[in-house]
Write a protein that binds this ligand. Sequence first.
Ligand code: T4K
Length: 370
Amino acid sequence: MVDNNTITVTSPLMPDFDEFVKELKQIWVSKWITNNGDFHKKLETALAEYLKVPYLSLFTNGTIPLLIALQVLKIKGEVITTPYSFVATTHSIWWNGCDPVFVDIDPATGNIDPQKIEAAITPRTTAIMPVHVYGIPCNIMAIKEIADRHGLKVIYDAAHAFGVELKGESILTAGNLSTISFHATKVYNTIEGGAIIMRDAEMKKEIDFLKNFGFADEVTIVGPGINGKLDEIRAAYGLLNLNHVNVAIETRHKIADAYRKALKPIEGITFFEDIPDVKHNYGYFPILVDRENYGISRDELYLKMRRQNILGRRYFYPLINTIGTYRHHPSAARENLPNAYQMSESILCLPIHQDMSDLDFQRVIDCIIK
Ligand code: T4K
């Protein structure tokens, strides 16, 4: 709980309460509360349509899809990934008994730099797991070209990429599989939730088995699955939220434009511009703080904001490669990841969400300017 005076980095998109209660009533009457119920089926269809993807399998969060994606593609050995992400990306590689190999990012996007991938490939490499950080698309063509040439699978962690399109096509169809998060802090949420996006029905069937302990039917267990199912209550909530997500994204877009206008004149503060041909979702508004030109460091600005009850977030700091479990791998060395360190030490995500008032916006700007 936060008080009214606090501005949070994001705020969950929520359905109308009375509408939700009506849906709850239906669930209560039916007594079908989980395991591929009607709301679950409807949400899968509605999301596939909204996101313009052929097939989608719903999950209870955005982390289990990463684990399952690696499982279903039978990924072993080394997986090339980025240190500049939320910890779930690398954790999923570790949970599959694989070794994460870190490759530096492109400072223009925050995403894995395709030009540095090839040097990290060894005979043990079987896959690449890039992340569309802040919903900014990776260089999917360059990554595909490298993966095809070396016979590698590509799993995109698209946790941030709800509704993101490149030249009118969903970014979620890139790679062998993509995963997404519908966590409360995302542009669109099912409270907790997530999905895997796949291109064929056979793959969806396999993934659906794996998220239900491996059950194909009452007596057939096709493999060592897990419980990754989304329940009916959250599916109903998600269906209602889908009615409001376009307006939420439009509001975020306006706030992003206003931030750019207000921050442009400030020396030492830079930000990402929209990319031509990309439909962005404005899930985050990251700025980069250059201490020398701005006058104070990113951390000093972060703390100054906190003192004024403005809760910006340092997504992504610390870098994943600095965590004990991962830091001993040679690819985790600071010298190997200069751009990731530079970004991680200067990034600050400003508050942006559909409930942000003009007054809140002005408070953030005043805090940064003064
Ligand atoms: N891959 C990537 C690239 C990811 O970024 C993530 C998750 C995943 C995979 C895994 O997906 P999930 O398994 O989570 O679905 C948040 C989220 O918990 C996490 O989903 C997200 N990425 C990550 C980047 O951020 P925190 O620790 O920053 O959340 P928290 O609780 O501090 O919330 C931030 C602010 O949001 C609060 O100050 C207030 C507001 N808030 C939050 C919640 C939960 C609300 O107003 N209401 C709420 O209910 O991790």
